[in-house]
Every structure is written in C-alpha cells, then in structure tokens.
Write a protein that binds this ligand. Structure first.
Ligand SMILES: [Zn+2]
Length: 82
C-alpha cells in the first residue's frame, strides 16, 4: 500500500536585480542609488519550482526606503542598458 504525500507551497519571493540604479527619489528628493527589485509569487512542489506569476518590479530608495512600482520594460532597460 502506498502513502502519497504532496507538499505544495505558494509564497511571495523577492530578488534584487541591480543595486546601484541612480535616480532622483520622488519621496526624499535625493539622487541616490536605488535597488531594482523583482517580486513574484511562486508555487513549488517538493521544493522544486513549478510556476511563477504576478511579477512586479520596484525601485527602492537607498535612503528613505520608498518603493516605486515600474513596468517590466523599464526594469529591462535599467538592468540591460549598462
Ligand atoms: Zn528616498
């Protein structure tokens, strides 16, 4: 007789794509390095990645921590443009 257990996890994950994106922060008005962060929801089976969705991109100010949502096209331009 087989006992079949299935471990499924769904969690929001965060990945830093770039550490030093210089721009003027709309909250504190300083020109500072911003972190480019990708946030996505991930479903895993037995700790193996099965599916990612709901991808969002943010620029996070290095001084005040203000997070501004940006499009995936803008994120691609910031990562690959250098
Ligand atoms: Zn700021």
């Amino acid at each position: 007789m087989f006992v079949f257990g299935l471990i499924v996890s769904i969690a929001d994950r965060e990945r830093v794509l770039a550490e030093d994106v210089r721009r003027v922060c709309p909250a504190c008005g300083q020109v500072v390095p911003n972190r480019l962060v990708k946030v996505y929801r991930q479903l895993a089976l037995f700790f193996i990645l099965a599916w990612r969705w709901n991808r969002r991109y943010f620029l996070v100010c290095g001084i005040c921590g203000h997070a501004e949502s940006i499009s995936s096209e803008e994120a691609d331009a910031l990562c690959g443009g250098a």
